[in-house]
Design a protein around this ligand. Structure first.
Ligand code: HEC
Length: 118
């Protein structure tokens, strides 16, 4: 049992949470897409100098957050769906549907999962 507890501690100390890694996605391309899509008009995004909007809140802790928009579990498939079409999931949200294709949304999600609040 002592060995198991030790392993758990080590896992918690690691930075990246394994289930929040997106295979084959490219975080650098994700940041370029974030810039091109104008996410910065509404969000402050680390790595993006301008614009730094305040409509949707900062995205600086997405890898450590448990929920997306306070109501959906923060998992890659859910985040990708949110990034593509948030109103389909939450009709009352002020976040608009983006023009992102599935693979592009995966790249954006991969970038967001590099962002850690601490
Ligand atoms: C017109 C403003 C607007 C634009 C443009 C926008 N968002 Fe949002 N976004 C919001 C708002 C408002 C929320 C909060 C949604 C809610 O609580 O219903 C949000 C929520 C989010 C969340 C969840 C944040 C959290 O802390 O849980 C993520 C992630 C996100 N947006 C990413 C993006 C990305 C990436 C883009 C560009 C593709 C983008 N947004 C474009 C307004 C916007």
């Amino acid at each position: 049992m002592i060995g198991l507890a030790g392993a758990t501690l080590v896992a918690c100390a690691e930075k990246a949470i394994p289930e929040r890694q997106i295979l084959g996605a490219d975080p650098a391309r994700g940041l370029a897409l974030i810039e091109a899509e104008g996410c910065g008009a509404c969000h402050r995004v680390p790595g993006l100098k301008w614009p730094r909007g305040a409509v949707g809140g900062p995205l600086d802790g997405m890898s450590s957050q448990t929920m997306i928009a306070g109501r959906f579990p923060n998992r890659p498939d859910v985040l990708v769906a949110w990034l593509r079409d948030a109103p389909a999931m939450a009709p009352d949200t002020a976040m608009p549907a983006s023009g992102l294709a599935e693979d592009q949304a995966r790249d954006v999600a991969a970038y967001l999962y590099t962002l850690d609040a601490d």
